[in-house]
Design a protein around this ligand. Structure first.
Ligand SMILES: Cc1cc2nc3c(=O)[nH]c(=O)nc-3n(C[C@H](O)[C@H](O)[C@H](O)COP(=O)(O)OP(=O)(O)OC[C@H]3O[C@@H](n4cnc5c(N)ncnc54)[C@H](O)[C@@H]3O)c2cc1C
Length: 338
């Protein structure tokens, strides 16, 4: 039996909003434990687009997903957050004294005065194409996310999908891969128009090939290495695309996972919150970022930051009832130590 660790606030999810919630809690002298199902912090920013520039973070005209997470980690560091990675929170139970007991699938148990859920789209996983033998190639020649484009230098890459990820990685990998072919079932792509135009230009210049309208049909290969991706058009004609790597970008499956079983009020797989406090339907449980919904909610990192600031204040009021919290600017209070 593992011992129960005690803390002020448990933050579920180490994406950008969870990390900023740690900072905001720290400024209010609340210590945090942070739990994430992935083996690294950063949520979507590091798992899905570590090397892509983000242009709408205030005061950063351009910052990559990976750099943003490094800065957020640095900003939260003075408050000594305890990270529990590679584990999913499976249980959340309110105790008689108003605190919460959480348990992960690895048996970690934590008691916290308040909880902030920053779980993004939930336990996220890729939408897999229904191809025979797919699993045997995963992690060696089939990938659902790109961590470093250098991993694909001089490789023959087939990208499948018609959204932002497919288009953006086609543009990025065109410089390093031996060949890039983009398979999509329609000539029209659902991505930023400017990126789509750039991709079509690369196709016209012979730097990549758009294989449209085609769908994935099968894989050829040996062991864990593919040698070709078989595609089919709507008349049933097939083509073998010689390839070392397949990147299927069919989006993420939104699976709230255990969070859906905690009795919190949901709306279309998102947690309903009071937008003035970020409190969910359970007193003492707050939520921020992509996982929440309220009227006119924007799924943007900058909105998640503001939500984290509000949630931290509301969590403080819950964890320290009767204790008045004076509003202070960081410029006047500095970054508090112990
Ligand atoms: C390709 C792409 C480009 C984007 N570009 C921009 C942009 O330019 N500007 C912008 O503002 N936004 C952008 N976004 C959106 C932005 O990344 C999200 O809004 C942001 O990541 C949400 O942060 P979050 O902290 O709420 O959740 P996430 O980043 O999704 O992190 C949530 C974390 O919670 C963990 N988790 C979930 N359930 C559990 C559980 N039960 N136990 C433990 N851990 C759990 C997950 O593993 C995950 O790490 C982009 C997204 C994508 C995919």
């Amino acid at each position: 039996m593992s011992e129960i660790q005690k803390t002020d606030v448990v933050v579920i999810g180490a994406g950008p909003t969870g990390l900023f919630a740690v900072f905001e809690c720290g400024m209010l002298k609340m210590q945090c434990h942070v739990i994430d199902a992935l083996d690294m912090i950063g949520g979507q920013c590091t798992a899905l687009y570590p090397e892509k520039p983000i242009y709408d973070i205030p005061a950063h005209p351009s910052i990559t997903g990976g750099e943003l997470i490094n800065k957020l980690e640095e900003q939260a560091a003075p408050f000594d957050p305890v990270y529990h990675l590679s584990q999913q929170v499976t249980k959340l139970e309110k105790q008689d004294d108003g605190s919460f007991e959480l348990e992960t699938n690895k048996g970690t148990k934590i008691n916290a005065k308040a909880v902030i859920i920053a779980a993004g789209v939930g336990a996220f996983g890729p939408n897999r194409p229904p191809l025979e033998g797919l699993l045997q190639y995963e992690g060696t020649s089939v990938f659902y996310m790109v961590r470093k484009r250098e991993d694909f230098r001089d490789k023959r890459v087939v990208i499948a999908g018609g959204g932002d990820s497919a288009v953006d990685w086609a543009l990025s990998l065109a410089d390093v891969a031996k060949s890039v072919q983009v398979v999509h079932r329609r000539p029209k792509f659902r991505a930023a128009p400017e990126s789509v135009s750039q991709m079509k230009q690369l196709d016209e210049d012979g730097k990549i090939e758009l294989v449209v309208p085609y769908q994935l049909e099968g894989l050829k290969g040996e062991g864990d290495q593919i040698s070709a991706v078989v595609v089919k058009d709507f008349d049933g004609n097939t083509r073998d695309l010689e390839a070392d790597i397949l990147l299927p970008f069919y989006g993420l499956s939104q699976n709230l996972g255990p969070i859906a079983d905690w009795g919190l009020e949901l709306e279309k797989k998102h947690l309903n919150v009071d937008p003035t406090t970020m409190q969910t339907s359970e007193e003492g449980v707050f939520a921020v970022g992509d996982i929440i919904t309220y009227q006119n909610k924007l799924k943007l990192i900058l909105c998640g930051f503001s939500e984290a600031a509000m949630a931290a204040r509301a969590a403080h009021a819950y964890a320290h009832p009767g204790e008045e919290l004076h509003f202070e600017y960081s410029t006047s209070m500095g970054v508090p130590s112990e």
